[in-house]
Design a protein around this ligand. Structure first.
Ligand SMILES: [Cu+2]
Length: 160
């Protein structure tokens, strides 16, 4: 990152999902670090999902995105082998009705933390291929504008 701050900024501005060439080389290292973007100061913690009832086709994942770096970061896309699609969602109270809407991306300011939690920001699993059972873990892949691709393990539990 420090070698190519301009490149990272262009990526953020144009929202191109492809990581900068420099970062592509770091991909293996990033995957090895799992929940941590090695040189970017990006940390992903408290990754969990609620169990789903039998027959449910949707689920939600919650996590903390902590950017200890000096540049803003943007979460662009997600995927998981347990779901047909993964979306960024926000729950809002509209005149007493809780409504969800999809977000195109999530920004994490430099030095800031964004929390996805029940009743607020969440990661929506659509087209679940099987129920999420208490104690299970599954992979969630996140694509960031600067840090590139990170994979975390989501733990299924009734409470965090
Ligand atoms: Cu949702």
């Amino acid at each position: 990152m420090t070698d190519n701050p301009r490149g990272a900024r262009i990526l953020l501005r144009t929202m191109r999902p492809r990581p900068a060439p420099l970062l592509r080389g770091l991909l293996l290292l990033l995957i090895a670090c799992a929940a941590r973007g090695a040189d970017t100061g990006l940390f992903i913690g408290h990754v969990w999902a609620r169990p789903t009832p039998p027959g449910a086709t949707v689920g939600a994942v919650y996590l903390d995105l902590n950017n200890q770096g000096t540049s803003p970061e943007r979460l662009l896309r997600l995927s998981s082998p347990v779901a047909g699609a993964v979306q960024l969602h926000e729950t809002r109270d509209e005149h007493g009705l809780m409504k969800m809407r999809q977000l195109p991306f999530i920004d994490v300011p430099a030095g800031g933390t964004v929390k996805a939690a029940p009743g607020a920001l969440h990661i929506m699993l659509l087209g679940l291929k099987k129920p999420l059972l208490d104690g299970d873990t599954f992979a969630l892949k996140l694509l960031f504008a600067a840090a590139g691709e990170l994979t975390v393990q989501v733990r299924v539990r009734t409470d965090r």
